[in-house]
Design a protein around this ligand. Structure first.
Ligand SMILES: CC(C)(COP(=O)(O)OP(=O)(O)OC[C@H]1O[C@@H](n2cnc3c(N)ncnc32)[C@H](O)[C@@H]1OP(=O)(O)O)[C@@H](O)C(=O)NCCC(=O)NCCS
Length: 186
């Protein structure tokens, strides 16, 4: 999937992550998070049929990645991060949309995520994609300890469906078709 929205010289592809990309995921984790997943945790998740990760790639270089855990009828967004020097170019939004469309096509009805309560940039991204805050998890994060805000998006909501690109409006795949969809996506 080639990104066509960006200015010349600012193009990237969105690809499904496989094991070969795990070392780059681990490097990005270290640059983006104060409590990063280890390379082993990432490798185990990438190998799991219940997770799906996508990366924004500029050639061989990973600019960002995002992942979802399917627990039908829910899809849990488990991570999203972008190389610091490549932020505010729409990469996270593009990755989030790929995750949501993949999850919806596999039958997910809601997408959920947690975010640090002081992570204003990520919160602005999620709210601009029509997620709503539905709760708080006290002291959920470590290093530093911080509350999590729980955000939810109904994948059949008018707001979400309205913003889908033409041709992606349908969301009626049977639950359980996740792995089939994943193998066909991107
Ligand atoms: C949060 C993060 C993934 C955003 O990545 P990004 O590629 O810069 O985001 P995008 O360019 O797609 O931004 C989309 C929208 O989100 C909002 N946004 C993103 N970063 C923002 C910031 N720092 N401040 C305010 N709004 C921000 C804006 O509305 C933005 O749209 P705009 O640029 O047209 O104003 C990135 O800052 C990051 O990797 N942070 C560290 C890891 C992290 O916190 N991940 C989230 C865990 S829940």
């Amino acid at each position: 999937m080639e990104n066509n929205d960006r200015a010349a010289g600012d193009t990237y592809s969105v690809v499904r992550i496989d094991n070969a990309l795990v070392p780059q995921m681990a490097e990005l984790e270290l640059r983006c998070f104060s409590d990063p997943w280890s390379e082993k945790e990432l490798a185990d998740s990438v190998a799991s049929p219940f997770y799906c990760f996508f990366a924004a790639m500029d050639g061989e270089r990973m600019l960002g990645y995002a992942g979802v855990l399917m627990t039908p009828p829910e899809a849990q967004i488990v991570s999203i991060c972008v190389e610091p020097s490549m932020r505010r170019r729409g990469i996270a939004r593009a990755l989030l949309r790929v995750l949501l469309q993949t999850a919806a096509s596999a039958g997910a009805e809601v997408a959920l995520l947690e975010v640090r309560e002081h992570n204003a940039g990520a919160i602005a991204l999620y709210e601009s994609e029509h997620f709503s805050c539905v709760g708080t998890r006290k002291n959920y994060y470590r290093n530093p300890t911080e509350n999590a805000l729980l955000y939810l998006l109904e994948l059949r909501s008018k707001e979400y469906v309205r913003d889908l690109p033409a041709g992606n409006e349908r969301n009626d795949a049977p639950a359980g078709a996740f792995s089939d969809v994943l193998h066909d996506t991107v």
